[in-house]
Write a protein that binds this ligand. Structure first.
Ligand SMILES: Cc1ncc(COP(=O)(O)O)c(C=O)c1O
Length: 424
């Protein structure tokens, strides 16, 4: 049967008649409509940090819906869970007196941050500061600003004119410095930074890179926007990921995904005092921005229950505790001639990048490998040049071994088919 569901980021010609229907989840496992149990090595789309099927979150949401499901937050309205969540996130954030702007996901967090950065500069008398800088391989969602900021080139293509942005190589602080100088700091609004690049390939920052770009931003006045949509809520072992570099003081932090572990959609921006102050002063203008579901009560209740679980079970720290174990489990895959590199070691996330010769000779190698891993019982995420994993923070070294074995099986399958191709 041809589906009526147009899947995001999917080649529908291939997917339309071959959907994988996930019916249920339990901790690190999901179960499909054919009754197969699959290890969710990707925590769904990098978000199921506390694992699947937590009754406690479902019950918190049901209890909130029994009181009121949601109410507008425009103007002076608010619900208790939105108040409680924003207070809690503000207290956890690595900036004093932070304010929290809520939305429904990571893409609208990135767009909110970009728009607020430009609006901020207008408000403080520097309206020429409009340019936004992002990094190669970076991903900031698929809304207007996020598409414009995309460091994954394919995500910018074919949609006409975008917002003015500059992309700099993700591993070079001096390239950022040069770009700001060439552009003129007085016209640059903000720099977007994923602490560890996720969707673009799992690139941990090189030693000193994050401190250096933060210093460059501070020196030039450019706002530092940390996109922790993947890196937050335990993935890097801290609330917002960026605390791993304690000297860094972001002007804004985008978050989503792990804040609810995906039980309901929620995202937002933690805003420093520097940026919020011009909008909070008596008589200050409003920030004319916000979505219908900002501060949605049931979503905020899901987040609060999720944070409770993380605190009680010590899951926050596990993202850092397990990072070397995950890398160590995958490292031996580098011995395969089909693998160029295994990356990871900062946070519980890793990538296996395929050899250029494989990708050239077989453009569908990544998709083939992901399907083969699935046949071995493990869901991995496809990247442009390999596969990524980011298991729930409840995963153990046994699960890491299963992930490595399944990717190993996939590589063996590719090796066999390529040996066959070579013989033809
Ligand atoms: C770093 C980063 N920012 C933003 C987004 C966009 O989030 P959403 O898909 O919730 O719009 C993502 C999604 O993967 C992300 O990884």
């Amino acid at each position: 049967m041809t589906t009526r569901f147009w899947h995001p980021f999917a080649a529908m010609g291939a997917v339309a008649e071959a959907e994988c229907v996930i019916e249920r989840g339990e901790d690190v496992w999901v179960f499909d409509s054919e009754g197969r149990r699959l290890l969710d090595a990707t925590a769904s789309l990098w978000y199921a940090n506390v694992g699947h099927g937590r009754r406690e979150i479902a019950e918190a949401v049901a209890a909130q819906m029994g009181r009121i499901e949601a109410y507008s937050a425009f103007g002076d309205f608010v619900t208790p869970p939105a108040q409680e969540l924003t207070s809690r996130l503000s207290a956890l954030a690595p900036m004093p007196q932070a304010k929290v702007f809520l939305g429904s996901g990571g893409g609208d967090a990135a767009d909110t941050a970009a728009k607020l950065a430009r609006r901020y500069w207008g408000q403080v008398g520097q309206p020429r500061r409009q340019m936004l800088i992002s990094r190669s391989a970076g991903y900031h969602g698929t809304h207007g600003y996020g598409t414009s900021l995309a460091g994954i080139e394919l995500n910018r293509e074919g949609v006409g004119e975008l917002m003015p942005t500059i992309q700099v190589p993700h591993d070079s602080a001096s390239a950022l410095s040069a770009a700001i100088e060439a552009q003129g700091a007085e016209t640059v609004a903000a720099f977007f930074l994923e602490p560890v690049i996720g969707a673009g390939g799992v690139y941990p920052p090189s030693e000193g890179y994050i401190e250096e770009v933060a210093r460059i931003c501070e020196q030039t006045g450019v706002l530092l926007i940390v996109d922790s949509v993947i890196c937050g809520f335990g993935r890097l072992g801290t609330w917002f990921g960026i605390e791993r570099w304690p000297s860094v003081k972001p002007d804004m932090i985008c978050f989503a995904k792990g804040v609810t572990s995906g039980y309901l959609p929620l995202g937002g921006v933690v805003v420093s005092e520097r940026v919020s102050e011009p909008f909070f002063a008596p008589g200050a203008p409003m920030f004319r921005h916000g979505a219908t579901y900002a501060g949605h009560a049931a979503c905020c209740a899901a987040a609060l229950a999720n944070l409770d679980i993380m605190e009680r079970e010590g899951l926050l720290a596990r993202g850092a505790e397990m990072e070397q174990d995950l890398l160590a489990a995958l490292r031996p895959l580098e011995q395969s001639p089909l693998v160029a590199q295994v990356r990871g070691g900062v946070g519980t996330m890793a990538a296996v990048q395929f050899a250029p010769s494989l990708l050239e000779s077989d453009p569908s190698a990544v998709a083939t490998a992901a399907m083969a891993a699935r046949r071995s019982g493990v869901i991995v995420r496809t990247l442009g040049q390999g596969v990524a994993v980011s298991p729930p923070l409840t995963a153990t070294t046994e699960h890491f071994a299963m992930i490595a074995a399944a990717i190993g099986d996939a590589l063996s399958e590719l090796e066999r088919s390529h040996a066959g191709m070579a013989e033809v």
